[in-house]
Design a binder for this molecule. Structure first.
Ligand SMILES: [Zn+2]
Length: 66
């Protein structure tokens, strides 16, 4: 489940919110001041990505000599 980070333009509070689907921003309010003037910041989902797919396990499959 993606977690989005929002920032309140009113007081500058930053908070994270679990968003389900695409209609998760409706009625978003700052938990600190209650303002709905919040903007979505960088999503935490996919930020700390290692991206390790270039791991070619050495398969000892030598050339067959006949
Ligand atoms: Zn606020």
């Amino acid at each position: 489940m993606p977690i989005y980070e929002y920032r309140c333009e009113q007081c500058g509070e930053r908070f994270e919110k679990l968003v389900r689907g695409f209609s998760g921003e409706a009625g978003l309010t700052c938990p600190r001041c209650g303002s709905d003037n919040v903007k979505k910041a960088v999503s935490l989902f996919g930020l700390g990505g290692g991206g390790g797919r270039a791991s070619d396990s050495g398969s000892s499959c030598g050339p067959t000599s006949l």
